[in-house]
Design a binder for this molecule. Structure first.
Ligand code: HEM
Length: 166
């Protein structure tokens, strides 16, 4: 009989859904909403101030879920699986986490109020594009990471089915 590890599935949902919302929202802002509504005479689109608070709450929740699910996934599943696979997995995972921190920083600063980061907030389209491109790089690295532990022949939870032994 086959069984599914539902806790692993839940944490995977907790990683992928916020990643989609955070990256999708950021790329929509950077590629479409901001460039098409920025006034020709300069300045920022008026609606940016109106959506700021709601985007800050949603993106903050996504960041929290990504951190919790990513750390749990790494400690509970990946670390035991990949400890004998050589340095490549760990190097790429380290780069993925560092880039994630960069994305989290840009997105938090853009919806924050600190005067120190006003120069960044004055270029919202450019910053959203940088965060979006970093985010896409993270997704590409995640795809490679998945391939590395598949290659080892070790079980790749979550959420693959567990086959009976014996
Ligand atoms: C913008 C931030 C992030 C994005 C867009 C992102 C996206 C992804 C995606 C798409 C996957 C593949 C999921 C799958 O195939 O099931 C993944 C896997 C993973 N992520 Fe993230 N992630 C982010 C941040 C983080 C952070 C901060 C951590 C850890 C602290 C983390 C840890 C992991 C781990 C351990 C995996 C599994 C990799 C493997 O298959 O070996 N992620 N991530």
């Amino acid at each position: 009989m086959q069984s599914i590890d539902w806790v692993a599935v839940l944490f995977r949902w907790m990683h992928i859904i916020p990643a989609i919302i955070l990256l999708g929202g950021t790329l929509f802002l950077g590629l479409i909403a901001i460039p098409t509504t920025t006034p020709r005479e300069g300045g920022l689109p008026a609606w940016l101030g109106k959506v700021r608070k709601r985007w800050a709450m949603l993106s903050g929740l996504c960041i929290l879920l990504l951190l919790v699910s990513g750390l749990w996934n790494f400690m509970a599943y990946r670390l035991p699986e990949v400890k004998d696979t050589g340095p490549l997995y760990h190097a790429l995972f380290g780069i993925k986490v560092l880039l994630s921190l960069g994305v989290f920083f840009i997105i938090s600063v853009m919806s924050g109020r600190s005067a120190t980061f006003e120069p960044m907030r004055s270029k919202p389209g450019k910053m959203a594009m940088i965060a979006g491109l970093l985010g896409l790089t993270i997704v590409m690295i995640a795809g490679v990471l998945r391939g590395i532990h598949k290659d080892t022949g070790l079980p790749s939870n979550p959420p693959d089915v567990k086959l009976p032994t014996g």
